[in-house]
Design a protein around this ligand. Structure first.
Ligand SMILES: Nc1ncnc2c1ncn2[C@@H]1O[C@H](COP(=O)(O)OP(=O)(O)O)[C@@H](O)[C@H]1O
Ligand SMILES: O=C(CO)[C@@H](O)[C@H](O)COP(=O)(O)O
Length: 507
C-alpha cells in the first residue's frame, strides 16, 4: 500500500443511485464523494427490477472518478445496499435474472402463500420474528419458481444486492446477519435460518443449500486480484462484511447504542433504533431486523418517501433539489391538502395494492407548492404512523438523526422535528449508509490488523453532527401538524378499507 494516509471506501447501492465516499480517518475528512444514477425496470404488475450488472457498472464508474493517488491509498471497502433484493446465481456465479427489488409488490400473493404454509402471520413472528411482507426476499423465490422456471432450475445461490457486490469484489459468497434478517428466513432471536420458514417457502427443496454462510459483522475478505487491477486499487485491499443500507446508515449516523432513533428519507422512508437484545413485536408493528454490528435493529419502512416528492416535482417540471423555492410561502398543513403517498403500494401499513390519493382540494389551494408540500407531509405522516408502534412498545427517544437525500431539505428537516415533536440532528456526512460502509471498513481493517476496536468506539470518534442543520420543534407548527395528522389518519382509514390485503388464512 502507498505511504499516503489510508482511505476507507463506503459504497451504497441505493434504489436510485450508487454512492461512493472515500474517508480519511486520520483527518476525519471525506476526501471524495461520487454518485452514479441507476435505472429501474417498473412493470404494471408492481414489479420493480434492476440488472445486477448496472450496480457493478455504476460502482466501477464511481471508482473511475477517484484520482489515481486516492485509488492507490485505498485500504478497505464496506458495501451497503438496498435490502431484500433477490439476486439468483448459478453454480458458476452467473446472474440468472434481473434482481427483484425491495419495492417489488408483484409477489404479494406469494407472501400470503408462505404465511399460510407457515401457519399464519402470527406463527411467522413466532418462528422467525417477522411476517413475510411485500418486498421481502422470501416471496421472490416461489414467484421465480412459477414465472421463471428456467432460472429456478439452475439456481445455486441466492444473494442480496450488497452480497452480490461483495461476491463481485472478492469471488466469495456470504451473507451478514443484518441484511439476512430481511429475507424473512432468518430466526432473528437465534440468528439461524428458520427451517420452518424455509420449508414454508419451498417444500420440495432444501433452501438452506441456496444460502451462503453467515458471517460476523467484523469479518473481512481479500479483494480478488483481478478486480483490484481493474479498479486501480492495491491488491491488499480488504472488503468488510457489508450490510443492508439501513444497518449501514445506523453505523453512519452513530446509531450503535440504544436510545438513538435514525430516520432515512430516501426512495423508502425508514425509522430505526438499535438494541443489544432481540426486539420482536408480537403484533408485527415493526420489522424485527438484526443490525450489521452484532445486535438488533427494530425498523419501520414505508415504500414511498422521495418517491412521492419526486413524482410531484416531475409532474410540475422542477427538480426536488430546487424544492425549497417551490415551498416558499407554503405553511404546515398545505392549505388543507392531504396526500396519501402510496404510489408504489405500501408496506407500513401493509397495503401492497394501495395507490396514492390527494384530498382536500378547493378552488384556491391547488398550487404546485401546496401539492409538493402535501407529498412531503404525507410521506412524513406515514413514518409517524409507524413510529407510534415503537412508542407503544415503550421505546423513547430524545433526538432523531436524519439521513438520506431528503435530509438536504431544510423544510423537511423542520417538518420532521414538528411532526415528531423531537429535535432533529443531521450528521455531517449526509450519505449515512455510504459513510457507515466506510466506518465498517475501518472496523474490519482494525480487527484484521489485530486491534481490539469496537464499532461503537469508531462511531463515537468519527460521526459528528452538523450544528448548522439541526432543527428544533416549533410549538405552533407542532400543534398545527397534530391536527393535520388526524386528517391523514382519517383518509388512511378509508384507504385501509379500500385496499385491504387478502385476509390471513390462519385467522
Ligand atoms: N434538497 C432536496 N430536497 C428534497 N429532496 C431531495 C433533496 N436532495 C435530494 N433529494 C431526494 O433524495 C433522493 C435520493 O435519496 P437517497 O437517499 O440517495 O435515495 P436511495 O438511497 O433510495 O437511492 C432524490 O431522488 C431526491 O428525491
Ligand atoms: O426495504 C427497505 C428496508 O426494509 C428499504 O429501506 C430498502 O433497503 C431500500 O432503501 P433505499 O433505496 O430507500 O435507501
Amino acid at each position: 500500500m502507498s505511504a499516503a494516509a489510508p482511505l476507507f471506501i463506503g459504497l451504497d447501492v441505493g434504489t436510485q443511485s450508487v454512492k461512493l465516499v472515500a474517508y480519511d480517518p486520520a483527518s476525519r475528512r471525506i476526501v471524495a464523494t461520487h454518485g452514479q444514477p441507476l435505472e429501474l425496470i417498473a412493470g404494471n404488475d408492481g414489479s420493480r427490477e434492476q440488472h445486477a450488472q448496472w450496480w457493478i457498472d455504476a460502482i466501477a464508474a464511481c471508482f473511475g472518478k477517484l484520482d489515481p493517488a486516492q485509488r492507490a491509498a485505498v485500504a478497505a471497502i464496506g458495501v451497503s445496499g438496498q435490502q431484500h433484493g433477490f439476486v439468483p446465481l448459478d453454480a458458476d456465479g452467473n446472474v440468472l435474472a434481473p434482481a427483484k427489488l425491495w419495492n417489488d409488490t408483484s409477489t404479494s400473493g406469494e407472501c400470503d402463500e408462505i404465511m399460510s404454509a407457515a401457519g399464519g402471520e402470527a406463527n411467522c413472528v413466532t418462528l422467525a420474528g417477522n411476517p413475510i411482507l411485500a418486498g421481502y426476499t422470501a416471496s421472490k423465490l416461489p414467484w421465480t419458481r412459477k414465472h421463471r422456471p428456467e432460472v429456478y432450475a439452475k439456481l445455486a445461490t441466492i444473494l442480496l444486492p450488497h452480497d452480490y457486490v461483495n461476491f463481485w469484489l472478492t469471488g466469495q459468497r456470504w451473507m451478514e446477519y443484518g441484511d439476512a434478517s430481511g429475507t424473512g428466513w432468518l430466526d432473528v432471536r437465534t440468528r439461524t435460518w428458520s427451517r420452518e420458514m424455509l420449508a414454508a417457502t419451498d417444500a420440495d427443496t432444501n433452501l438452506a443449500d441456496f444460502l451462503p454462510p453467515l458471517v460476523q459483522a467484523d469479518a473481512s475478505f481479500a479483494i480478488a486480484p483481478g478486480i483490484a487491477d481493474q479498479l486501480g486499487l492495491p491488491r491488499d485491499v480488504i472488503v468488510a462484511a457489508g450490510g443492508g443500507d439501513n444497518m449501514m446508515a445506523a453505523i453512519g449516523t452513530g446509531n450503535v447504542a440504544p436510545g438513538v432513533l435514525t430516520m432515512s428519507l430516501g426512495t423508502s422512508g425508514t425509522l430505526f433504533a438499535c438494541s443489544d437484545t432481540p426486539v420482536v413485536d408480537e403484533n408485527a408493528g415493526w420489522a424485527a431486523f438484526c443490525s450489521s454490528t452484532g445486535g438488533w435493529l427494530p425498523l419501520i419502512c414505508t415504500m414511498n418517501t422521495t418517491v412521492a416528492t419526486e413524482n410531484v416535482a416531475k409532474l410540475f417540471g422542477f427538480s426536488s433539489r430546487d424544492g425549497e423555492s417551490v415551498l416558499e410561502g407554503t405553511k404546515p398543513g398545505a392549505d388543507g391538502l392531504v396526500m396519501l403517498p402510496f404510489f408504489n403500494g405500501e408496506r407500513t401499513p401493509n397495503l401492497p395494492d394501495a395507490r396514492a390519493s390527494l384530498h382536500g382540494m378547493d378552488m384556491g389551494n391547488l398550487t404546485r407548492g401546496n401539492v409538493y408540500r402535501a407529498a412531503m407531509e404525507g410521506a412524513t405522516y406515514a413514518l409517524r404512523n409507524g413510529f407510534d408502534a415503537l412508542r407503544a412498545a415503550g421505546m423513547s427517544f430524545d433526538w432523531i438523526r436524519l439521513t438520506g437525500g431528503g435530509s438536504h431539505s431544510a423544510t423537511w428537516r423542520q417538518m420532521v422535528a414538528d411532526v415528531f415533536d423531537l429535535p432533529v440532528q443531521v450528521p455531517e456526512q449526509a450519505e449515512g449508509a455510504a459513510f457507515g460502509g466506510a466506518l465498517q471498513a475501518l472496523w474490519a481493517f482494525e480487527r484484521a490488523n489485530g486491534r481490539d476496536t469496537t464499532i461503537a468506539a469508531i462511531a463515537r470518534d468519527h460521526v459528528r453532527v452538523d450544528a448548522s442543520t439541526a432543527a428544533r420543534p416549533n410549538p405552533d407548527a407542532v400543534a398545527a401538524y397534530a391536527t393535520h395528522y388526524q386528517s391523514f389518519l382519517t383518509f388512511l382509514d378509508s384507504a385501509q378499507r379500500l385496499y385491504a390485503p387478502h385476509p390471513d388464512p390462519a385467522r
